[in-house]
Design a protein around this ligand. Structure first.
Ligand SMILES: Cc1ncc(COP(=O)(O)O)c(C=O)c1O
Length: 397
């Protein structure tokens, strides 16, 4: 693991990184904050991917391109091998990113003022996409258990929110960012039955599908019975740290939905592909599983380190850590040790750490923060050290 870190852990300052070089804008802070927010990684992607890109760049021609069959084979076989999904080539469409796809699907499958539901706390661009497109945002709150930090779904409330608001679409996050839940079969079926009963179109964002640790992830693509109402979004971008190469998948198994989407996409003449993004994805799925396994090992160790270190200390043992099942993001509840109105003063002003504030994900989560674990242990140790020390020096309650 040490060798892997040595080889892949990179200083990203001054590389136009939104995580490291946009702190002054996003956090209104010109100091040298330790950046643990944006969900990308501090690890250089796999050497097999880099050498394929280099070879392609050296070829020197960037004319119009197409998606080769080998791309589909690589993606389909990854989905079969690791997610037990029988993916068909005909179902796959491409886009520049999952968030971009959410914006498109909202426009394609709903009208202004239609109600769209999200289960909060959730990745904040979901709410933004609904609001930016002048749809009505329905926030169904997950139920939080303060004893163990776990979030779960209140099915009665979910159904009531759908019926009362005449919800047309749900943007479902699976695995769920920021709470790092991997929904189990029973939870998925219960939710999807409710969506189906009320004819709610499910957009299942599965971008974090490959970050599983002790629990398996179940793709919605395993449930044929919901295909009439289902669109899946995924990409290799989180899995292999390729976000800026802008290549993602929209998967639509139902012919009618696919025809509606294709008609919509025609209006944008959306036919071109991004050759570098597609090449990186193809090679990643073919050759870089070992890289992902290494990264996952580091991430899980980082999680255990925070959990163990916080448990050892009289103050930090009161921080509630949501069970870490999937993604590489950890959701921490500081409300027992910090007054929720003093979160910024604590973590940003005093600890000099940039995290995702809990209330970015939902208004009731001011006492929470989301921390990115996809970094070298040295950053995680620094995070723990600053948090522990600062809570000893000053009382934020
Ligand atoms: C749930 C979820 N969806 C989508 C994205 C972003 O995807 P993209 O960069 O493809 O738009 C993220 C990034 O953090 C995410 O957590």
């Amino acid at each position: 693991m040490q060798d892997f870190i040595q080889e892949h852990f990179i200083n990203r300052k001054n590389t136009n990184s939104s995580k490291w070089d946009n702190l002054a804008v996003r956090f209104n802070d010109n100091r040298d904050l330790l950046a643990m927010w944006v969900a990308d990684m501090e690890f250089k992607t796999a050497k097999e991917i880099l050498s394929a890109i280099n070879e392609r760049v050296n070829h020197g021609i960037f004319g119009y391109s197409l998606t080769p069959n080998s791309y589909y084979e690589s993606f389909i076989s990854w989905m079969k091998q690791y997610h037990n999904v029988e993916l068909k080539k005909e179902w796959i469409r491409f886009n520049l990113g999952v968030v971009n796809s959410i914006y498109h699907l909202i426009n394609c499958f709903s009208k202004e003022n239609d109600s769209i539901l999200i289960l909060s706390p959730v990745y904040y661009p979901f709410a933004r996409a609904v609001k930016d497109n002048h749809r009505k945002l329905v926030e169904n709150e997950l139920v939080y258990n303060e004893d163990n930090g776990e979030f779960c779904i209140d099915y009665d409330k979910l159904e009531k929110d759908i019926v009362t608001n005449d919800v047309k679409m749900v943007i479902f996050c699976s695995p769920h960012n920021p709470i790092s839940r991997i929904w189990n079969a029973d939870e998925l079926k219960k939710c999807f039955d409710i969506f189906k009963k009320h004819n709610v179109l499910i957009i299942s964002d599965e971008i974090h599908q490959d970050f599983t640790y002790k629990k398996s992830f179940i793709s919605a693509l395993n449930y044929e019975e919901y295909f009439d109402n289902l669109i899946i979004l995924n990409a290799a971008s989180k899995t292999f740290n390729l976000a800026c190469l802008l290549n993602s998948h929209i998967i639509i198994p139902n012919e009618k939905l696919l025809a509606v989407y294709d008609e919509f996409a025609k209006r944008f003449n959306q036919i071109e592909t991004n050759i570098i993004g597609q090449l990186a994805t193809e090679i990643a799925y073919k050759k870089a599983r070992y890289w992902l396994e290494n990264v996952k090992e580091i991430i899980y160790k980082n999680y255990l380190y925070i959990k163990d270190e916080f448990a050892k200390d009289e103050i930090t043992k009161n921080i509630i850590i949501s069970p870490f099942e999937g993604t590489y993001l950890l959701f921490l509840n500081f409300s027992k040790v910090i007054n929720e109105n003093r979160m910024k003063e604590f973590i940003q002003d005093d600890c000099m750490i940039a995290i995702d504030y809990g209330d970015w994900f939902g208004k009731d989560y001011k006492g929470f923060m989301r921390v990115n674990l996809a970094t070298a242990p040295i950053h995680i140790e620094e995070f723990v050290k600053r948090v522990k020390n600062q809570l000893k020096i000053k009382d934020y309650r």
